[in-house]
Design a protein around this ligand. Structure first.
Ligand code: SF4
Ligand code: SF4
Length: 149
């Protein structure tokens, strides 16, 4: 098994680029939640809110941290991470493919359209690159995962 193989999703995305797979980010969120609870930052912010209106938003900050913590993806797509129920993954597996790059119909595949909508040309570029170079060494020249990346 290569790193590229482990992190290449059936749809051609690279799990290592996905924010929900960023281990350091989620460790930091967890550390911050634990430290905030230990220091009782909630009470401190309430006290400070008498002279700093921004502290009135502390409960929203806590809710946001909790929401962020929930975005964590436990494992790469090939190991069962990503969307719990993914039609693309199910379809590729049913066809016995390693991924959609092995599929002759991929260019016209409507199941990939929602991903194309968000990741733009990256889905087709990546699938073409994997088809050409193979799953074990294609990822160096991969496309942008997020529109802002
Ligand atoms: S779960 Fe589906 S959409 Fe998500 S990375 Fe895997 S194949 Fe792609
Ligand atoms: S039809 Fe082909 S390209 Fe579309 S999801 Fe299934 S395997 Fe992937």
């Amino acid at each position: 098994m290569t790193r590229d193989r482990d992190l290449t999703a059936y749809c051609g995305l690279y799990c290592g680029d996905c924010i929900p797979s960023n281990t350091r980010l989620f460790e930091m969120i967890e550390e911050l939640q634990e430290l905030a609870a230990k220091l009782r930052l909630y009470d401190y912010a309430e006290l400070l809110s008498r002279r700093d209106a921004a502290c009135e938003d502390y409960p929203a900050f806590e809710r946001m941290l909790a929401a962020l913590a929930g975005w964590r993806c436990p494992s790469p797509c090939r190991a069962g991470g990503g969307r719990p129920s993914c039609l693309v993954r199910e379809c590729a597996r049913e066809k016995g493919f390693d991924g959609c790059w092995e599929c002759a119909n991929r260019r016209g595949c409507e199941l990939l359209d929602p991903l194309r909508g968000f990741h733009r040309g990256t889905i087709d570029e990546n699938l073409d690159a994997i088809a050409e170079r193979g799953i074990d060494g294609w990822a160096d020249g991969r496309g942008r995962h997020y529109p802002w990346s």
